[in-house]
Ligand binder design. Sequence first.
Ligand SMILES: C[S@@+](CC[C@H](N)C(=O)[O-])C[C@H]1O[C@@H](n2cnc3c(N)ncnc32)[C@H](O)[C@@H]1O
Length: 204
Amino acid sequence: MLPDSPLDAAYWQQRYVTGQTAWDAGQITPPLQEYFAQLGPPDTRRILIPGAGRAYEAEYLHGAGWPNVFVADVAPEPLRDLQQRVPDFPADHLLLADFFQLEPAPPFDLIVEQTFFCALDPSLRPAYARQCARLLRPGGTLMGLLFDTEFSQPGPPFGGSREEYRPYFEPYFDFVHFDTATNSLKPRQGRELFISLKKKQHTL
Ligand SMILES: C[S@@+](CC[C@H](N)C(=O)[O-])C[C@H]1O[C@@H](n2cnc3c(N)ncnc32)[C@H](O)[C@@H]1O
């Protein structure tokens, strides 16, 4: 988080408390669900969902038997919501924390992006790419969705384009997939990229 940013924990908590959460799909989105379905049977991979909000992805993965799913958010309200919906979700996997302060101890195998990148001040984008790489083991994957569109209203969400994003990730990741998602939620169709980026062996 930027020092003295208006987009701080209090801002996000207030958005949840007052129900201003238009980003919240209310369910896992199809591109993530399809990706998770092809991961195979659950194993001990450590999965991080940063800026997770109500974390429907965590609920899905937990329900499918993945034991090492972690969610991080600066706002307590959505974490409380997840805990209520999924009482047996491990409490110590709910990280009330700034993504940029997380430590790779131990590193993660998979990071899941869903409307977190677009919520950050755009000046933080290079730091986001670097922190994802820092938190992953070599060969680990950052996957998810990035908007490939501009918004008419001031952000968040902040829009952008694949051309803008590419250089943020290139120093740390090999690009496995970086193209328009084919199975987005209807209002997001044609406006988001599905990304699957593999952390390079020799970086950070
Ligand atoms: C637009 S919402 C998306 C939430 C969720 N991923 C979803 O799709 O419903 C952005 C989320 O990022 C969280 N957030 C913002 N800055 C953060 C930071 N620096 N570290 C962790 N979480 C942050 C907010 O509290 C909010 O829950």
